[in-house]
Design a protein around this ligand. Structure first.
Ligand SMILES: O=C(O)CCC(=O)C(=O)O
Ligand SMILES: [Fe+2]
Length: 232
């Protein structure tokens, strides 16, 4: 791998994508583990537990916070981490591993930046891993607006509207996307239950609560207090 080229592409565009990065067998195994956690059986039928949890559009799960280090095949993967070393040259650490589940028929996610972009040195690095195929039929494609990691705050406006210049990707099983947290991104409407995972990293010495405030086109939202900080 040409790590220098990868890092250059990342810093130029705000993201870089690798298809077939992880093997299908590991992806299948991890996908099962995630489904088990959410209480969805392998036939994608919903259990009562799932139904009671499902009042929100994206349900996050932080397995390592529960001592469930099930996903070390990604977390400790050498090439995955070497790419991270080259992108975050001055050192980095894991922020957390977050699984995300969105049920069929949910809205996906509006345009956002994972953290406030006012200080260019303060950001998170998303390391998104897809454990199943995202297709036209499943919905839930990811849209990314290239080069916006250096544009400052996301433009105000309609939360999910298509923007001229956006790129839409349908990641297949085993795909990895390294995505700068200041780079504008959204998830399109979800037609079938959707899982994604994020092995979030940060440059060293980044505050742990870096992703507490998220920038949307209509507001700044603080997750820890469920508060709209600013309407836009
Ligand atoms: O689920 C995805 O494809 C993207 C999720 C996302 O926006 C994030 O983890 O920051
Ligand atoms: Fe995000």
């Amino acid at each position: 791998m040409d790590y220098e080229k990868i890092a250059k592409d990342f810093w130029e565009n705000g993201f870089v994508i690798f298809e077939n990065f992880f093997e299908n067998t590991m992806m299948d195994e991890y996908n099962e583990k995630i489904l088990e956690h959410y209480g969805v059986n392998p036939n994608w039928e919903h259990t009562k537990e799932f139904i009671s949890k499902s009042s929100v559009e994206v349900i996050p799960w932080f397995p390592y916070r529960e001592g469930k280090n099930y996903f070390d095949g990604i977390d400790k993967h050498q090439t995955f981490n070497t790419i991270t070393d080259h992108i975050l040259k001055e050192g980095w650490q894991n922020l957390y591993c977050m699984m995300m589940f969105s049920k069929a028929g949910s809205k996906g996610q509006a345009w956002h930046q994972d953290c406030i972009p006012d200080d260019k040195k303060r950001y998170n690095l998303n390391r998104l891993v897809y454990t199943h195929d995202i297709t036209e039929e499943t919905g839930g494609a990811i849209a990314i607006f290239p080069k916006t990691h250096i544009e400052g705050r996301l433009s105000a406006g309609l939360p999910s509207e298509d923007l001229e210049g956006q790129l839409v990707f349908k990641p297949k099983k085993g795909t990895v996307i390294f995505l700068h947290g200041h780079c504008w991104h959204k998830v399109l409407p979800v037609k079938k239950d959707r899982i994604s995972s994020n092995f979030r990293a940060v440059p060293k010495n980044t505050p742990e609560d870096i992703t507490d405030i998220c920038v949307y086109r209509n507001m700044l939202y603080k997750f820890s207090t469920s508060e709209v900080l600013e309407e836009r």
